[in-house]
Write a protein that binds this ligand. Structure first.
Ligand code: F6P
Length: 357
């Protein structure tokens, strides 16, 4: 059996993309007569026809490599069916290029936006398999995405390092953790790093409650406080607003990121010396952790097994200890916030961690 497989990585990068690409390629070469086409910069390359026939050697030595050897780009799903100034029908261009490449299937590595476009292409008749990557862990249908655990390790190290300097100076340190609209990364790294306060988008906070915790600590022997704050966290007042209203409110009040705002508010209310720390894209950089290398490899190999069976229109996922696959149509565009009744939230509360609510 011969199969021509197109692979692309789309959206924000994360550690583990190369491990997953390698997993697909190595298993495919082992299992059947595979030809692999690497598409550059995600859907941009598929639309504009930028690809290369890959050699087997190109998949060697990339297991530990961060980023993606194929390059990536954000090509928003909402614009896929919109014909812009360039007059390009993007969906038609992607289908035409799939034909030109003579593909039997397309493997798309990405997050929520990538999965929505993968589903669109599947509905348009292409053979598509998704692999869920993101440091945000916000893809419905999988317990974990690859990239997440590495980012947890990095964010935890940031919190650990902040801990020592916070203790030396008796300061209140507010660490802004990535994660988009989901609090997974903040919850896991906050717990792993021993944060005193964890603020998540899923649990709107009241700054007075946060101030109470910081004030009590400031008066105690442990005068410092560590706050792990999700970039998407919001106050109770903001949570009642519609998205546009909230954005306008933030602009009016000179919003310069959530950590900066909370640090300033705590200085004003409690009088503590507070600092905002924003590790940003460091959380997405560098080599994948052992966990992510294993998960990405398992996902990649599962994709090759699906290709061998000719099973398409699905995305690979982790369920408990098993690698499974879900229909793209059932998971694409479905959000996965931290559930209100998530057991780890109770664990954290029982440890005395405040969610500021
Ligand atoms: O989705 C991954 C992510 O790192 C989010 O956590 C963050 O909100 C966003 O991407 C940052 O996007 P960009 O790389 O485009 O600045």
């Amino acid at each position: 059996m011969k199969r021509r497989i197109g692979i692309l990585t789309s959206g924000g990068d994360c550690p583990g993309l190369n491990a997953a690409i390698r997993g697909v390629a190595r298993a495919a070469y082992e299992m059947f007569d595979a030809e692999i086409i690497g598409i550059s910069d995600g859907y941009r390359g598929l639309i504009e026809g930028e690809w290369q026939e890959m050699k087997r050697s190109q998949f060697s030595g990339i297991l530990t490599l961060g980023g993606t050897i194929l390059g990536t780009a954000r090509t928003p799903f909402r614009n896929m069916r919109v014909i812009g100034d360039d007059n390009v029908d993007k969906v038609k261009a992607m289908k035409d290029n799939y034909e030109k490449m003579k593909l039997d299937c397309l493997v798309t590595l990405g997050g929520n936006g990538t999965h929505k476009t993968a589903n669109l292409l599947s509905e348009e008749g292409l053979n598509v398999i998704g692999l869920p990557k993101t440091i945000d862990n916000d893809i419905f249908g999988t317990d974990f995405t690859f990239g997440f655990h590495t980012a947890v390790d990095i964010a935890t190290e940031v919190i650990d390092r902040i801990h020592t300097t916070a203790a030396s100076h008796g300061r209140c340190m507010v660490i802004e953790v990535m994660g988009n609209k989901a609090g997974w990364l903040t919850l896991y790294s906050g717990l792993a790093g021993g944060a005193d306060v964890v603020l998540l988008p899923e649990i709107p906070y009241d700054i007075k409650e946060v101030a109470k915790v910081v004030e009590a600590r400031a008066k105690s022997k442990k005068a410092f406080s560590i706050l792990a704050v999700a970039e998407g966290a919001m106050s109770k007042k903001e949570a009642k607003m519609k998205k546009k209203e909230r954005e306008a409110f933030r602009q009016e009040t000179g919003f310069n990121g959530i950590a900066n705002r909370i640090a300033k508010e705590l200085t004003d209310i409690v009088g503590v010396e507070a600092r905002a720390v924003i590790p940003g894209h460091i959380q997405r950089g560098g080599s994948p952790s052992a966990y992510d290398r294993v998960l990405a490899t398992q996902f990649g190999v599962h994709a090759a097994q699906l290709i061998e069976k000719g099973e398409y229109g699905v995305t690979v996922a982790l369920s408990g200890n098993n690698i499974i696959h879900n229909k793209l149509s059932e998971i694409a565009g479905v959000p996965k916030p931290v559930p209100q009744d998530f057991q780890m939230i109770d664990v954290a509360r029982d440890m005395g961690i405040s969610f500021g609510d």
